[in-house]
Ligand binder design. Structure first.
Ligand code: ATP
Ligand code: MG
Length: 552
């Protein structure tokens, strides 16, 4: 069979670079700012960079881009490391910090000054903005642009030594004030700011700007392909200018791809912050969100996320992916792996009138009908069971094949039962169903008598385990669209349903935080890692069994 391997455009570029001898190996990196949680978009970047390094037998670096002390918070460092490891991106346990390269960045700036390619400017921030021009108008040279190399060197050193107040001077690259690309109009590369940095403390009072720092970080680490998202496309000429002027032997190259967006899914920090503040969600790891921590807590697996990234592909054009595709990947991943056990989410008692009072029998049941390797378990069966409320109807419509007065169904893995009576409370709510069973019909007995059309699941009351189950819907109101006219989020008030009285079969007694299951006939569920305690099991519904997504 012919296998058609299609390469994405980044692989094509790398193939070319290797063929032309531009590089003889591949080094990629993932460089988050430690200023928030990672979300599914970052997972795309992590897996892309890690995947390329692996594919080409190269190296993957994980580096905190921590050159901007105002926005960074060390509290995010640990969660980011945990998320990257969990996704399976192996960075050899070496966490790199861009702030460790402050000396090289300073040296780089000095080198530019010596080459006549950078100058100290005394214009204020507003003046610099006014001199910069616009998309339609060229910029103007600063009156300080032609300072001598000596003067620039001594001023820059004095900036470093703290001799000037914050904001009074900047170092600018001397490129071209009439360039059609505004990023090339003598960009600021260093500013004075007395801020304490989490890594370097008060050692520096000047800090490099992102567009200057980033190419140096890449070059110092020997990165070959610096992969970023499309908004940096217009910055590429500056990236190239920096690595060329600093005369690195094998300068890295920047390649841009389109960010991952999900249709009707909130990823923006601003909206998530609001949801947290308004108490709509329970923190940034609420299972309805798509931070990596939230996806993990909900029950998504690294494998399902990797598969989703492969299916959604790498592109040069912005587009939105379907959340249903992520759900499909999860179902695919857990189909064989997760045990399929019985759970009754909205229980109603079913009493078998002709079953002996104190008898318990144990049925041998496969853990996963599609996967014999998952083995079997014993499932208790007794006179009093629980079934799901929606598996019984007093007055069924046509084609309802589950339980109703006079009808017979199979209890999954057990006997046929026939409904002979039921009880209701004062509000008309059914409280108890009475059945008789036929001892001849035990599952696996080879019974060849009459057939029944419906099979329902059940849990034996004498050994049932109590649990809370949380059902999630999209936090965005999909009918109304993501945003209101005033820019606020249109959220779905019914995105969470908490079921507190669920009954699970005894096998669940050993379930631990993070364990995955299929609840038979229901969906895939994961034991919540935040709220589960020794005597209170909490499950998150990851996805139901029904799918709206068909792989093409
Ligand atoms: P956000 O504002 O959503 O937090 P960011 O770009 O500010 O995103 P960084 O920490 O700077 O976050 O990003 C680290 C890397 O992740 C960058 O290379 C960035 O391009 C990439 N990245 C961020 N969002 C996405 C996305 N939606 N899809 C793909 N890559 C992304
Ligand atoms: Mg950022």
């Amino acid at each position: 069979m012919d296998e058609k391997v299609s390469r994405n455009f980044i692989e094509n570029e790398i193939d070319k670079d290797l063929a032309e001898g531009r590089y003889d190996h591949v080094v990629t990196r993932f460089p988050p700012e430690p200023n928030g949680y990672l979300h599914i978009g970052h997972a795309k970047s992590i897996l892309l960079n890690y995947g390329l390094a692996k594919e080409y037998g190269g190296t993957f670096h994980f580096r905190f881009d921590d050159t901007n002390p105002t926005k960074e918070k060390t509290e995010f460092v640990d969660s980011i490391i945990e998320d990257i490891k969990w996704l399976g991106a192996d960075f050899g346990d070496e966490v790199l910090f861009a702030s460790n390269y402050f000396p090289q960045m300073y040296e780089g700036a000095v080198k530019l000054i010596k080459k006549g390619k950078a100058y100290v400017d005394d214009l204020s921030a507003e003046e610099i903005r006014a001199y910069r021009g616009t998309l339609t108008e060229p910029g103007k040279n600063s009156p300080y642009r032609d300072r001598s190399v000596e003067e620039n060197l001594s001023l820059f050193e004095a900036m470093k030594n703290g001799e000037f107040p914050d904001g009074s001077k900047v170092l600018r690259a001397k490129i071209d004030m009439v360039s059609p690309n505004i990023n090339m109009r003598d960009p600021v590369i260093y500013r004075i700011a007395r801020m304490t940095h989490h890594n370097t403390g008060d050692q520096w009072c000047i800090y490099p700007m992102y567009d200057f720092a980033h190419p140096i970080e890449d070059a110092v680490e020997g990165i070959t392909h610096s992969i970023c998202t499309l908004e940096f496309e217009d910055h590429r000429p500056l990236y190239d200018w920096v690595v060329t002027e600093l005369e690195y032997d094998h300068p890295p190259r920047q390649i841009e791809f389109a960010k991952l967006y999900l249709k009707n899914v909130v990823t923006g920090k601003r909206y998530i912050k609001k949801l947290v503040e308004d108490g709509v969600v329970d923190g940034w790891d609420d299972p309805r969100l798509v931070s990596i921590a939230a996806l993990r807590r909900r029950g998504y697996t690294p494998e399902s996320i990797r598969m989703f990234m492969e299916l959604s592909g790498i592109s040069k054009a912005n587009s939105e992916s379907d959340y249903a595709m992520l759900e499909y990947c999860l179902r695919e991943d857990l189909r064989m792996k997760a045990n399929r056990w019985m759970a009754v989410l909205d229980p109603i008692k079913l009493v078998i009138d002709n079953y002996p009072d104190d008898q318990v029998e144990y049925m041998d049941v496969e853990n996963n009908q599609e996967n014999p390797e998952a083995g079997t378990r014993k499932v208790a069966f007794s006179k009093v069971l629980y079934i799901d409320r929606d598996d019984f109807m007093e007055e069924p419509p046509k084609k309802y094949f589950r339980l109703f007065p006079g009808n017979e169904v199979r209890l999954k893995n057990a006997y046929f039962v026939k409904c002979v009576d039921y009880k209701k409370d004062a509000d008309g709510r059914v409280t108890e169903i009475h059945c008789t069973y036929d001892p001849e019909t035990r599952s696996g007995s080879g019974f060849e008598g009459r057939k029944v059309k419906g099979t329902i699941h059940w849990v034996s009351a004498e050994s049932a385990i109590d649990a809370e189950v949380r059902l999630y819907e999209n936090i965005v109101d999909e009918e109304k669209g993501k945003l209101n006219e005033d820019g606020t989020l249109n959220y779905n008030p019914n995105s969470l349903t908490v079921l507190t009285d669920c009954k699970l079969e005894a096998a669940f007694a050993d379930a631990k935080a993070g364990d995955h299951f299929q609840f038979l006939r229901k969906g895939f569920y994961c034991v919540d890692s935040k709220d589960t305690t020794a005597d209170h099991l909490v499950f998150n519904r990851i996805v139901s069994l029904k799918s709206s997504y068909k792989p093409s």
